[in-house]
Design a protein. Structure first.
Length: 92
């Protein structure tokens, strides 16, 4: 396996670069990486791993971004409910 040294160098660089990202960037990048890996596997089965990786990465990026927006919406709803509950309990 002639690509093993390259992979061993790339993995720490990619994972270490995520430390300064916000949650949207992390979730979008994670979705893209997972999608690319899954797409490459499915593409290899179909005969074109490169095309599968590109399609999977695009779908994964979109999926990661949409998941992040869902999580932010859920957190915002929780905060609004919490604030409303505190306001109601302090007026009694």
């Amino acid at each position: 396996m002639r690509y093993a040294p390259l992979i061993c160098l790339a993995v720490p660089l990619v994972t270490g670069s995520c430390a300064n990202m916000n949650s949207t960037e992390q979730r979008t990048l994670s979705g893209g990486a997972i999608g690319a890996a899954g797409g490459a596997v499915l593409g290899a089965i179909g005969g074109n791993a490169g095309l599968g990786a590109v399609a999977g990465a695009g779908a994964g990026l979109l999926g990661g971004y949409l998941y992040d927006q869902y999580e932010k919406s859920k957190q915002q709803s929780y905060q609004q409910g919490y604030a409303a509950g505190r306001q109601n309990s302090s007026t009694k």
